[in-house]
Design a protein around this ligand. Structure first.
Ligand SMILES: Nc1ccn([C@@H]2O[C@H](COP(=O)(O)OP(=O)(O)OP(=O)(O)O)[C@@H](O)[C@H]2O)c(=O)n1
Ligand SMILES: [Ca+2]
Length: 497
């Protein structure tokens, strides 16, 4: 027993000093690792937010975006976390009762207050951008459009967010920001990959935006937007056709058929058996058609359908003007368009319509697509209603017309061929965020896409943590080895009892 005690006493490991040194050493190293890891950990809980209201011609939608706080000016990490569809029509429809335009936003604004953490409210920028509906109202009656904006501003200023203003986007901005959104979400900008063109179809205007190698912006400069993003230069071609959104084109198609002021029209773009009484003054109440209102027409007309895709396409074609082009090449209405290039993402009403018609698969040959649409248009209205009891009638009645318009716009208008048609993808969302101009608009206004490529850290976070841990472990081992002279030698010698 006494020999054992002697051994213990002689064992330097068992001296209090060594034990204390070892414990302190280990604690110090653990602390070093912990501090390094915590200090450099992405502050994943800390998010920033931004809100954009898309005041479209047919409706308003609110989008909330979120990104990790320390990645403001850096990598493509902004995501849409929530969206809210405002009840009712677009703000431009409240021209005669502007206060209602402000009121209409209340529910979605309350929802946003709940979705964005309270302590971030005051620092969350809030933007409202209006598109073709307000462009048209502004053209038609600028004091009415000012009043709508005043009402909207009043409502938004009341919110706890950092309100940054409401304005009408130019068609060029609308097209360019839609393109930025699509390419940002696809991670194409930061990596300098070939970009995707953007096709946006709204109710009152439509946009086409793409990069074409043989386009340097010199021909028709008004269609050119130059960007430097993440160190890459882009010469974007973009054009917005006001009045070529699907609701306004429908008005133009109906105007085409009612020039003589008839009491009944048999419209090939509507299903056989469809019959509605429509008002001339309502139909012609838009700057897209107002100058064509027939003189001495009756109050209303009977709008009847006969469902013929071929005849409908002829009417739709007549809303395009192909006669004059002062450039090397044009799409329609004398608008310059360079050679189509690359993949395209087609969103908003392109997606709603083609998705409803089960025609989003663009690997289906264009002729087959036309055959399917021909059969759909020829289906009697009663049968269509029975087949889609849950679809709103005001949407349902228009899909034959809208499908015909989309195919005509793409092929006759923009010159997609049966081959290049397959380059189009009908999309709604990319990685959870809606395709549309709003994200690009916010990224631009918050300077979140730098012109130059961000300096990347020498090591990714995981690599950094691993290296710190390995070095720390090495230090522990070295520390233990450095105490080697003090190690007990008893294991090599037989115990003497
Ligand atoms: N499920 C849906 C939803 C919408 N629509 C139609 O799609 C068009 C609206 O498209 P949208 O992109 O929302 O247009 P806005 O943004 O309101 O219009 P703009 O961009 O021209 O201002 C409208 O004709 C609407 O009837 C549809 O057919 N089916
Ligand atoms: Ca829109």
């Amino acid at each position: 027993m006494s020999a054992q005690r002697e051994m213990k006493e002689k064992n330097p490991w068992h001296t209090p000093v060594t034990i204390i040194i070892t414990v302190i050493g280990v604690i110090a190293i653990v602390a070093l690792v912990t501090v390094a890891v915590l200090q450099n950990r992405p502050v994943s809980q800390k998010y920033k937010y931004g809100i954009v209201l898309d005041a479209g011609s047919s409706h308003t939608a609110l989008y909330i975006y979120e990104w990790p706080a320390e990645k403001d000016n850096n990598t493509g990490r902004v995501e849409q976390t929530h969206s809210c569809k405002v009840k009712g029509k677009g703000i431009s429809s409240y021209a005669s009762e502007p206060w209602k335009a402000g009121e209409s936003l209340t529910l979605c604004m309350q929802e946003a207050e709940q979705k964005v953490p309270k302590k971030r409210h005051h620092e969350t920028p809030l933007y409202l951008g209006a598109t073709a509906g307000m462009r048209l109202l502004n053209m038609e009656n600028s004091s009415a459009s000012d009043k709508v904006f005043q009402a909207v501003e009043k409502a938004l200023q009341k919110s706890p967010f950092s309100y940054q203003g409401a304005r009408i986007l130019s068609g060029q901005e609308e097209g360019a920001f839609g393109w930025v959104t699509v390419n940002y979400l696809d991670d194409r900008l930061m990596q300098g990959l070939e970009t995707t063109g953007a096709l946006d179809l709204g109710g009152a205007s439509t946009q086409i935006s793409f990069v074409s190698d043989n386009y340097d912006g010199s021909e028709s400069p008004s269609n050119s937007v130059a960007f430097r993003l993440y160190g890459n230069d882009y010469n974007l071609y973009t054009h917005s056709f006001l009045c070529y959104g699907k609701d306004q084109v429908l008005r133009m198609a109906l105007a085409q058929q009612t020039q003589s002021g008839p009491r009944t029209i048999l419209d090939p773009c509507f299903h056989p058996g469809y019959t509605e009484i429509k008002n001339y003054s309502v139909l012609y109440d838009s700057p897209c058609v107002s100058d064509r209102k027939p003189q001495g027409a009756p109050v209303s007309f009977n709008h009847r359908g006969n469902g013929s895709f071929g005849q409908c396409q002829e009417i739709v074609k007549s809303v395009f003007n192909f006669t004059s082009c002062k450039y090397s090449q044009c799409s329609f209405n004398g608008v310059f368009q360079p050679l189509l290039q690359g993949p395209f993402g087609a969103f908003s009403a392109y997606y709603f319509v083609m998705n409803f018609l089960n025609l989003t698969d663009t690997s289906i040959p264009l002729d087959t697509v036309k055959d399917k649409l021909t059969r759909y248009c020829a289906t009697p209205w009663d049968q269509i209603k029975l087949q889609h009891p849950n679809v709103k009638l005001n949407y349902l009645e228009e899909y034959c017309f809208s499908g015909t318009y989309i195919l005509t716009l793409l092929t006759e208008g923009y010159n997609f061929t049966s081959e290049s048609y397959s380059n189009i993808k009908f999309i709604k969302k990319i990685k959870g965020s809606d395709a549309g101009w709003t994200l690009g608009y916010m990224l631009n206004l918050t300077n979140m896409i730098p012109a130059e490529a961000p300096d990347s850290p020498p090591l990714p976070h995981a690599g950094y943590v691993s290296i710190v841990t390995i070095i720390a472990l090495l230090l522990v081992v070295l520390f233990i080895l450095s105490l080697r002279p003090l190690w007990p030698r008893c294991s090599k010698q037989p115990h003497i009892i």
